[in-house]
Design a protein around this ligand. Structure first.
Ligand code: PXL
Length: 287
């Protein structure tokens, strides 16, 4: 049992994209606001994320990943959750698998966000070999959080941007769980025109939460969603409550960004929502 007086602790493996709110520049503030001490293994340092800018720099940190977590192991650090995000090469995926082996316990949560692509396409630096490695990483997860594009790639199913029937979503959840993931949360689910949200499956049943869509597309929303989801799960909320909190928070951020005319490649305006998010979760209020 965790000593309730010590802060929740999580470790994440993700890149740091200097500009354009995504990966570490999202997960750190979001999880901090939710009362989680987040430790980071940066996989790469980029000047911007890769989705929408030309000429970005990319400093690969693959060689640092093992020394980082071996040092942590020697120090005896323990984590209530392990969270993996954007990975830049097949080699990184294998290293992250070793990181999970080193820190997984019977009680901690492993959340794998199989960051591979969006809008029906793989990200520019993604290779088929990496997609294969990502399947193996998903097998090690308590929770995976693919979007519709990633769900389609991981299962071999047809990508559909909208019109997701219960049968289609249920088939995708089943196939994702057959990779080995215990719980599945698929984002970007649109069961009817004008609605968007997520489908979640805990191995027993599937539930869909799809509120009214805000008509805009922003980069980095997958990282906002996954970070809030993990924060809520760490606070022992149910899978469905956590999905609702993550979907509602992400939706509010998109609405605020649209209202403030934020460039979609700059990521969402989440900063102004953090205090309310922290209050909701730390007050132990109904969510
Ligand atoms: O938000 C996903 C993401 C994370 N990291 C990098 C990316 C992207 C999406 O484009 O390019 C570097």
């Amino acid at each position: 049992m965790r000593d309730k007086n010590r802060p929740l602790q999580a470790a994440t493996v993700n890149d740091i994209s200097g500009f354009g709110r995504c990966s570490l520049t999202v997960s750190l503030p979001v999880l901090s606001a939710m009362g989680v001490h987040l430790s980071c293994i940066p996989t790469a340092v980029l000047s911007t994320h890769t989705g929408g800018f030309q000429g970005y720099t990319f400093r690969d940190l693959t060689q640092d990943i093992r020394p980082f977590f071996e040092h942590w192991k020697k120090e005896g650090f323990e984590f209530d959750a392990l969270y993996t995000g954007y990975l830049g090469s097949a080699e990184q995926i294998d290293l992250v698998s070793d990181f999970l082996t080193a820190f997984q316990t019977d009680t901690n949560i492993t959340l794998v966000d199989p960051v591979m692509g969006d809008h029906g396409k793989l990200y520019s630096l993604y290779t088929p070999e990496m997609a294969k490695g990502m399947k193996r990483l998903c097998a090690r997860a308590d929770v995976i959080v693919p979007n519709m594009t990633e769900g389609a790639y991981l299962t071999g199913m047809e990508f559909k941007a909208h019109g997701h029937s219960e049968e289609y979503l249920s088939e995708m959840c089943q196939r994702l769980m057959s990779l080995g993931a215990k719980n599945v949360v698929i984002t970007g689910v649109s069961p009817a025109p004008g609605l968007v949200g997520a489908a979640c499956h805990d191995g027993k049943k599937m539930e869909i939460y799809a509120p009214e869509r805000v008509n805009a597309q922003y980069d980095g929303t997958g990282d906002v969603f996954a970070s809030v989801l993990l924060g809520a799960l760490l606070h022992e909320k149910s899978l469905l409550s956590s999905v609702k909190l993550a979907a509602d928070f992400t939706r509010e951020c998109i609405a605020r960004s649209l209202k403030n005319n934020v460039n979609p490649h700059h990521g969402v305006d989440f900063e102004m929502g953090l205090w309310q998010l922290g209050k909701t979760i730390l007050d132990e209020g109904e969510i």
